[in-house]
Design a protein around this ligand. Structure first.
Ligand SMILES: [Zn+2]
Length: 405
């Protein structure tokens, strides 16, 4: 199975320069590929008579030999037709760069056209990329790990020095890197490795469980796991402290945002956020792995719905964690050879009584602040049908668990 691993890169100055120019080169290739694609498309429209185009649409077999030759002369733009044109137009300076960058750029362009035409891509039509965009990057399938460091493929024509790149992050499991995507955001470099790994099948336990995910905690039949342990309090205090400083500065003078001292404080704030997220992701990793160690089948909810229910403030902080949780649950179920069930998005896991199956509707519904009509608290579930009483999240867990057949 294939796994994606993201790590932070720490290139030396030489390699920083190399990475930057590769980002520029990727953008050059991508933009050139788009214009080449468009040209091929247009020249086909102009070069082929309408009768031939109609035949292509309706009955390809009715083309005469001459018409077939004409069609071959004006190919539909594709991965191969664009790549061969770009390669044939290569200039001398381009041999200083890995040929993989060009190949991947054309491949990715072909992919996004396909997604666009199948209406699967929300990003829409592929567009030209600009140097001003804060996120830059490139991809290669010839990277490898050497002595715990990343080694990029050095092009033949390249004369300068070439170093391995130190990285930090998760320990990279053994196995060949099939793919490496490097990004630069705000002058920070990161790499995502796609690695082929053997699944590590965990022993079967014959048990199942369900997870009810909430803003800062997860419930299972084993109890609650908090994503906001007390040890994080000093960091949250720091966040508050920096936010207050920034707000005060903005109040005094709105134009202060461009000043050096403001930006320094903002960087500190961002760094604190990063540390919190890293700790929380770590907790998530432990939590999800333990789940699969102890259980064969896990039921989770469709978290998109949960995301929408959350307040705006909670959203900003925890949206990424919900995504991370779902992702971890998915790839770990494959990795460990276990089963993950995702509940239907309309499954009323909060409103259903786990004892008698009664589903609350209308005014009886339990909301984030409890129930006004009956004056129940937000963490209480009381069934008006059979009188069953439970903790709200625990009741949801039991409802999810009922989905296992
Ligand atoms: Zn009931």
């Amino acid at each position: 199975m294939k796994l994606n691993h993201q790590v932070r890169l720490y290139p030396n100055n030489t390699m920083k320069h190399v990475l930057d120019s590769l980002c520029d080169y990727r953008r050059y290739c991508w933009n050139k590929a788009i214009s080449c694609w468009n040209e091929q498309y247009e020249s086909r429209l102009i070069g082929l008579p309408e009768s031939v185009i109609n035949k292509l649409k309706n009955d390809v077999n009715s083309l005469t030999l001459e018409e077939q030759e004409l069609v071959n002369q004006y190919p539909t733009p594709s991965h191969y037709s664009v790549q061969s044109e770009l390669v044939s137009q290569k200039e001398d300076w381009q041999y200083n760069f890995s040929s993989r960058v060009l190949q991947q750029a054309v491949k990715d362009l072909a992919k996004s056209w396909k997604l666009f035409f199948n209406n699967q891509d929300t990003a829409g039509r592929p567009t030209f990329k600009t140097k001003k965009s804060p996120k830059q990057g490139f991809k290669t399938d010839r990277a490898s790990i050497r002595g715990g460091k990343l080694l990029l493929d050095k092009p033949r024509g390249y004369q300068g020095k070439w170093y391995t790149i130190r990285f930090r992050g998760l320990t990279i499991p053994d196995g060949k890197i099939t793919y490496c995507s490097i990004t630069r955001v705000n002058n920070k470099y990161a790499a995502t490795f796609t690695i082929d790994v053997e699944p590590t099948i965990l022993p079967k336990t014959g048990k199942q469980n369900a997870v009810d995910a909430n803003v800062d905690h997860f419930d299972t039949t084993d109890g609650r796991v908090s994503l906001r342990p007390k040890t994080l309090n000093p960091l949250y205090d720091k966040v508050k402290h920096y936010q207050r400083i920034l707000a005060r500065k903005r109040c005094k003078n709105p134009r202060v945002i461009n000043s050096k001292s403001y930006q320094v404080t903002r960087t500190k704030l961002q760094r604190t956020y990063e540390r919190i997220t890293n700790i929380q992701k770590d907790l998530l990793h432990k939590f999800t792995t333990e789940l699969y160690q102890n259980y064969d089948t896990i039921v989770i909810e469709d978290l998109d719905v949960k995301k929408m229910q959350m307040s705006k403030k909670a959203k900003n902080l925890h949206r990424s964690l919900f995504g991370a949780f779902r992702q971890m649950m998915e790839y770990k179920s494959q990795k460990f050879g276990k089963t993950l069930i995702v509940a239907d998005r309309y499954y009323p896991s909060t409103q259903r009584c786990s004892f008698c199956g009664f589903i609350k509707t209308g005014e009886d519904k339990i909301t984030l602040s409890g129930n006004e009509k009956y004056g129940t608290r937000h963490n209480e579930y009381i069934c008006y049908h059979c009188g069953y009483k439970d903790d709200r999240d625990h009741n949801a867990v039991l409802n999810l668990l009922a989905l296992v057949k």
